[in-house]
Ligand binder design. Sequence first.
Ligand code: ADP
Ligand code: MG
Length: 453
Amino acid sequence: MDKDLLWSNILDKIKTELNSLAYQTWFSETELYKLDGGVAKIIVPYAIHKQHIINNYKDLLNKCFLEQTNMNYELELLLKEDIVEEQPQIIETFKTEETNETYHISSNLLPKYTFENFVVGNSNRFAHAAALAVAEDPGRIYNPLFIYGNSGLGKTHLMHAIGNYIVKNSNKKVLYITSEQFVNDFVSMNRKDDSGTNFNYVEFFKHKYRNIDVLIIDDIQYLGGATETQKEFFHTFNTLYEGNKQIIISSDSSPDDLKKLEDRLRTRFGWGLAVDIFPPDLELRAAIIKKKIVGEDISKPIPEEVIEYMAATISGNIRNLEGALTRLVAYSATWGSDITLPLAQEALKDYANKGLISEKNDVAKIQKVVADYFQISIDDLRGKKRSSNISFPRQIAMYLCRKLTDESFPKIGIEFGGKDHTTVMHSCDKIEKEIKNNKELAKTIDKLQKEIH
Ligand code: ADP
Ligand code: MG
């Protein structure tokens, strides 16, 4: 249910329980800000409301939430000021020349995504290091920084973290946008103005995108086939780049794989540094769950075995992990029970049913596909022979295992003749780099990948 609708239903109910003066005084100016990790955050007009509502109407509110949502929420009462830090910062005020209207341009940065709450593991270590380097010295080291990887692995989080870091440590102007927003702005710029206003969209657009120090553009794959937009982005890119302004781009695939983009854009994306984020391994998944438990102020203790269970069953994607945790907390609140392993198994059963627990592309399958393709035996592929007709396919297979499964580097090492995890990392890096310069290899990998899926 939409939160405003939910709140209006609850207020209706409260109205019937209170006399009208009490209702007017304590509830008429309230608002449901959001439901977040089992907590209902309610905005009240004055500090006095916080205590009074909790002291007098807590049970009533709990009852209403339960009736409406079938869930128990903890209540948190806030003043509007308490949440300003969640509002993105305004970087610029733009006045139209003729009509003198004022427009605010926001950085769109979300303060909740920072380096401090980004957990680093093998699968994102390189991306994290590159992001931090760029945050510390924007426009100088890697320009553009191109971050790619599947959905839910932390690209958006890292990009906001860079932006927030820069804003905090310098007076540079940072603009975060998704590529859809860029397209929308571009479309408005070209809109014929028939409403009679003299708003100058072209001026506004140029001002917004070229008058900044850092441009963060998320999910560039959605810049799509609209070639006019691509042209405009190309010009924006060039202007910023030539002015040594930092550009940070994310995408679901590597620059070379962005088929819908013009060559000249793809080439430019490769000028700086491209880093990819892999799916988190078991260790990182557990570490992220622990971090979220602290970060989201989950007050109920969650036993280690539950964390292990979640990390082991919910793989692939960090967004799913967060969803599972929220569900677990809400579930235990609903039943008023402690969080235990059987409760977690029950609560997360639906996750398995909905297919949110990722299917594994197992290592054995990848080994078979690669061995067949190169016409070598699986035993050789898994063994210790070092001749190049075997070691090269082995490196490819290890790379594919890391990319397509949730197995950690050490675990993959075990599957390939007991190799050390640094050897596996080295092989993955090597293949990764080679793909960029060797079109044949890129094609082969692509083919293998299709066969594995
Ligand atoms: P993407 O943009 O790659 O689809 P997001 O950045 O939106 O992924 O991440 C999805 C969710 O997972 C976000 O809530 C984010 O905070 C969280 N997340 C991703 N990676 C990490 C990490 N390494 N540490 C903590 N949280 C993470
Ligand atoms: Mg994203």
